[in-house]
Write a protein that binds this ligand. Structure first.
Ligand SMILES: Cc1cc2nc3c(=O)[nH]c(=O)nc-3n(C[C@H](O)[C@H](O)[C@H](O)COP(=O)(O)OP(=O)(O)OC[C@H]3O[C@@H](n4cnc5c(N)ncnc54)[C@H](O)[C@@H]3O)c2cc1C
Ligand code: FES
Ligand code: FES
Length: 473
């Protein structure tokens, strides 16, 4: 059978290809397009050597994000602008390259193309935070084994200072920061005909959302299988706010989730939390739906959504049903999901006024690491009494765990140190961690205790002072 055509712009050139939809963008670049500047390191999303920029038309402009080409299927490029390191070349060095040279921030150079791509990606975002914070975000998905990060950080800051005001792509092209291939990209992308709309059809083939779990787990099989690319289903995209809930299309990426004002209203420190989740490149691909359906017991977004009482919208063709997220998991990687059924969207009910939310994650490394234990608490306290409480923990059971017994026990009680002590005991009775590479069972029990205590101590420092718990030890 003839494979679907994928049409996109590679640097400045329009490409039409019938290569396999699941072929890695990395392999396409290096083996088909002969562009070897994009490096292959880990092939697992960890090192950042393969980073490219991917531009998507959005209204009258094109929005670019860095992505790891080693976890991205070629088919996802349809209608998009793929920029490899070669596509950033100017007659002289570009500002990211110049800053790296000036700071002495390269030695063997293997990591350098990916870092130049991510740093240039920074210049294509609206400015938020300090140059140091922005640089930390850009470097979060990169490993450099020779140079060390101090000079790379200095290069990132110097690059932003050298470019100054960033008021859009055309001004960056005019200022000689980007090559002129970036001009006029949006109408070219819009002229690419969309694929046939698969909305409303049951899943056929291997279901791929961002691919950041699937490629790691099934590698070559994904590259050769027929794929159902959920990115091509418009109804799975977008965040909307209704009177009593927020609806996240299942294809909502971590970056979109964190950047949406409706989410900031529920999880005020979401930007800070995200610094500890994956990397900028992975967050630009990883979806909320994939996080839930992958069913990892330590999935960070799933733990947050359990505490936020999320409800799932599941669909098979025109059949729809809804299910509380907490009932979705039946055992380790066992789901209440029928063959062909897709997670369409996630609804987060708007909580009562005054509800507070807190998330904790302990991992061996700050960036790009999986939790040993993570947890989230949403709590409503009225006149000193706990009216509603939802606690979820990851890494302590075969599934992302909603602690129903602990929540029941605490609801209606006065918020006090004594009540939190009861919670700490109840949590221990409800969890069953195992020893693995992320820590011993005992260590995870300790983390579960400390994180539960911290939720209360951070949210209610006057009623539940943290010192009370250290004094007791
Ligand atoms: C380097 C790296 C770092 C990471 N760091 C973190 C981290 O810090 N925290 C964290 O929680 N995760 C992390 N992850 C894991 C991963 O990025 C997330 O679990 C992500 O949410 C998976 O989403 P995806 O869209 O990539 O899923 P995919 O890989 O596309 O899919 C995962 C599974 O879900 C199925 N699926 C996906 N969407 C749907 C749907 N809508 N309906 C039905 N089935 C569906 C797929 O068939 C597949 O079985 C990391 C991954 C990598 C590679
Ligand atoms: S090759 Fe390491 S992140 Fe892609
Ligand atoms: S310069 Fe060698 S890995 Fe970074």
């Amino acid at each position: 059978m003839l494979r679907p055509e994928t049409q996109f712009i590679l640097n400045g050139e329009t490409v039409r290809t019938r290569a396999a939809q699941g072929m890695l963008v990395l392999d396409y670049l290096r083996d088909r397009a002969g562009l070897k500047g994009t490096k292959e390191g880990c092939r697992e999303g960890d090192c950042g050597a393969c980073t490219v920029l991917v531009g998507s038309a959005d209204g009258d402009s094109t929005h670019y994000l860095p992505m790891t080409s080693c976890l991205m299927p070629l088919g996802e490029l349809h209608g998009r602008h793929l920029v490899s390191i070669e596509g950033l070349n100017l007659d002289g060095l570009n500002p990211a390259q110049q800053a790296i040279v000036d700071a002495g921030a390269t030695q063997c150079g293997f990591c350098t193309p990916g870092i130049v791509v991510s740093l240039t990606g920074l210049l294509l975002q609206p400015e938020t935070g300090s140059p140091e914070q922005a640089t930390a975000k850009a470097l979060s998905g990169h490993l450099c084994r020779c140079t060390g990060y101090r000079s790379l950080k200095a290069a990132g800051v110097a690059m932003q200072e050298s470019v100054g005001d960033r008021t859009g792509i055309d001004s960056l092209v005019a200022a000689g920061v980007l090559p002129d291939t970036f001009s006029g990209i949006t109408p070219r992308l819009k002229a690419i005909p969309p694929r046939a709309d698969p909305n409303g059809q049951p899943a056929a083939g291997l279901v791929l959302a961002g691919g950041t779990d699937l490629y790691i787990q099934q590698g070559a099989a994904v590259e050769q299988s027929p794929l159902d690319l959920l990115g091509q289903r418009p109804e799975l995209h977008g965040i909307t706010r209704a009177a009593d809930h927020i609806r996240l299309g299942a294809m909502t990426t971590f970056e979109q989730f964190a950047g949406h004002p409706a989410i900031a209203g529920l999880v005020p420190d979401i930007e800070a939390i995200m610094e500890q989740i994956a990397s900028w490149q992975i967050r630009s691909r990883a979806t909320i739906g994939g996080n839930i359906v992958n069913a990892s017991p330590i999935a960070d977004l799933t733990i947050m959504l359990l505490a936020l009482d999320a409800q799932l919208e599941l669909a098979s063709g025109s059949d729809r049903r809804s299910l509380p997220l907490r009932k979705f998991y039946r055992g380790y990687k066992e789901l209440d999901l029928a063959p062909g059924e897709i997670l369409n969207a996630i609804r987060i009910p708007l909580p009562e006024a005054g509800t507070r939310f807190h998330f904790e994650k302990v991992s061996k490394r700050w960036n790009l690491d999986i939790a040993s234990v993570n947890s989230a608490l949403a709590i409503t306290v009225v006149d000193g009494r706990i009216e509603a409480l939802r606690l979820a923990l990851g890494g302590v059971a075969p599934v992302p765990l909603f602690l129903a017994d602990t929540c029941r026990l605490l609801t209606g009680k006065l918020l006090s140190v004594a009540t939190v002590r009861e919670a700490l005991e109840a949590v221990q009775a409800e969890i069953a961690p195992i020893s693995d590479i992320r820590g011993s069972a005992d260590y995870k029990r300790l983390l579960a205790r400390q994180q539960t205590m911290l939720h209360f101590a951070v949210l209610f420092p006057e009623t539940v002072p943290v010192e009370e718990f250290y004094a007791a030890n």
